[in-house]
Design a protein around this ligand. Structure first.
Ligand code: HEM
Length: 508
């Protein structure tokens, strides 16, 4: 101020006019840029969708979050390819088999990246893992490294006796639970332990001694906490409107700290412990070998472990829970499964993994569960890094792409009476869930499809098959049918209230 006052008047005027000129030019430049953007936008042929409001876009119309049902309604109104504007994020919604094929297969590279949100950015080190990595060299490497110890037929054959053993142990325990034959019991906790033991045996050659094993309790607590924070819709506002992100400071701090606690726990209690062991090479040894060669870092190893911990266990568990609930409500289907098992294997001969190929009705029942109750109903969000075309539409770069796999698999346009639980439909027509028929893609399809279907499908067959062989499932006394309502998260669709189950042992 002092120096300005000392300047001669002419110099002051000159300075002011220069600064006005700079300001005017800047405003003009911004104006031109905005205009260019507007013209570009108007020239784009974007997919149809509800009219977005300024700043919030369509967010207020979907306050409760995007879910497969409201997206199916959206498709009824606007078509199989539509666009939502959630705050500043563009969401592309795909709702037909043809368009799903285009996105997941034909243009699988273009749409092969992942759309993370604020929280998934934090819990995956901005895609340093496999599930949320952008399409490219890092993802390819992670997928290749995870394939040898987890996603081959050889691994299935090496591991399946362990799966069968864990299923039997769980069913023995459930049978002994007080009230299992009378008032009914909650089976989900014991089945959860079973899934953890199946996966942790494959990863670390270790298992938990029981529901009260302190290590198990700690792991469950950490997973539960991470899940609650990641699946909640509460943080969406900071994701849709980045200027609101500062209001999420407390939430994001909690996410960060919980995730760090889980990573340290997995590193200290499992990874470092495994390094001290010798013997046959399994699971994480292959990850560590890749890290020792410098292909990936040890942080990447931890993220891979975290991916398995989440992607493998919960999905398969939730599908089993849906299966049990549907079977309780459909005793005639229980009879059909038991008849097939008794006829093909003989009474009292427990179903094993290789038997499943000879049990078409059991397979059909598992498929029907996956069709009606897809636990990842809109797949894991895809993303296009570059602007591209989809049919006649222009798709701007960076869209969050939701393929409504549940919507397609439950649409009367493609399925007869889709609301009826009817495994027979899969006997009439041979449709596999592994991504070749885009009416039925519970595991996605193409490059980013679920590599774990190779494991999940036989495990579901063994779990539900052995339950049917050993028990008759009934609802708890006074209840006709168990409640099949679902509850959704950012990515998931699960049975809202886990039922009590009465298990009447079969006379063999
Ligand atoms: C019933 C059980 C399961 C279901 C329904 C399921 C479903 C899915 C779906 C829908 C995707 C996303 C596909 C896409 O975005 O296009 C996915 C990805 C994935 N799943 Fe599964 N999954 C199951 C079990 C498993 C198991 C047992 C494992 C591991 C052992 C696993 C590991 C993965 C991984 C690593 C990915 C990410 C793949 C990538 O991004 O390249 N899943 N799963």
């Amino acid at each position: 101020m002092e120096s300005l006052r000392n300047l001669p008047l002419l110099d002051q005027l000159k300075d002011q006019s220069i600064s006005t000129l700079v300001q005017t030019s800047l405003i003009a430049l911004i104006g031109v840029l905005l205009l260019v953007k507007l013209v570009q936008r108007l020239r784009l042929n974007l997919p149809p969708g509800p009219l977005p409001l300024p700043i919030v876009g369509n967010w207020l119309q979907f306050k409760e979050g995007l879910n497969p049902r409201n997206l199916a309604e959206l498709a009824n109104k606007y078509g199989d390819v539509c666009m939502l504007q959630m705050g500043q994020r563009k969401v592309l919604v795909i709702s037909s088999p043809e368009m799903a094929k285009e996105v997941l297969q034909t243009q699988g590279v273009e749409f092969g990246s992942r759309a993370r949100n604020l929280v998934f950015d934090m819990t995956t080190g901005k895609g340093s893992d496999m599930v949320f990595a952008d399409y490219g060299e890092h993802w390819r490497k992670m997928r290749r490294i995870a394939t040898i110890p987890f996603f081959t037929n050889k691994v299935v054959q090496q591991s399946r006796r362990g799966w069968e053993e864990e299923v039997d142990l769980a069913l023995n325990d459930i049978k002994e639970m007080p009230g299992s034959t009378t008032s009914g019991v909650m089976v989900n906790f014991r089945l959860q332990l079973m899934m953890y033991n199946i996966v942790y045996r494959m990863m670390f050659s270790r298992k938990f001694s029981g529901l009260h094993d302190p290590l198990y309790v700690k792991l469950m607590t950490l997973n539960l906490e991470n899940n609650r924070l990641a699946q909640s819709f509460k943080y969406n506002y900071g994701d849709y409107v980045p200027s609101l992100k500062p209001f999420l400071k407390g939430y994001l701090k909690e996410v960060w700290e919980t995730n760090q606690r889980r990573l340290s726990f997995l590193r200290d209690e499992f990874l470092n412990e495994r390094k001290r062991q010798t013997g046959e090479k399994i699971g994480v040894d292959f990850f560590l070998e890749a890290a020792a060669k410098g292909e990936i870092s040890e942080t990447n190893v931890l993220y891979l472990i975290q991916n398995m911990n989440v992607a493998a266990i919960e999905t398969t568990l939730w599908s089993s829970e849906w299966g049990i609930a549907e079977l309780i409500n459909n005793p005639q289907i229980q009879d059909k499964i038991r008849n097939e098992l008794d006829r093909v294997l003989g009474k009292g001969v427990p179903v094993t993994e290789p038997d499943i190929a000879n049990l078409p009705y059991l397979q059909a029942m598992v498929k029907e569960i996956l069709r009606m109750h897809m636990v990842i109903p809109m797949l894991v969000p895809h993303m296009n890094l570059q602007a591209t075309k989809l049919g006649k539409y222009d798709i701007p770069a960076g869209c969050r792409v939701l393929v409504n796999a549940w919507g397609i698999a439950n649409n009367p346009k493609y399925w007869e009476k889709p609301e009826v639980f009817n495994p027979d439909r899969f006997l009439k027509e041979k449709i596999e869930p592994t991504g070749n028929d885009f009416r039925f893609i519970p595991f996605g399809s193409g490059r980013r499809s679920c590599p774990g279907s190779l494991i999940a499908l036989p495990i579901l067959g063994i779990v539900l098959g052995r339950i049917m062989q050993r028990f008759e499932l009934l609802p708890p006394p006074g209840v006709d049918k168990v409640d099949l309502r679902s509850v959704g998260g950012q990515l998931s669709l699960v049975l809202a209230s886990k039922p009590r189950v009465v298990l009447k042992p079969r006379q063999i």
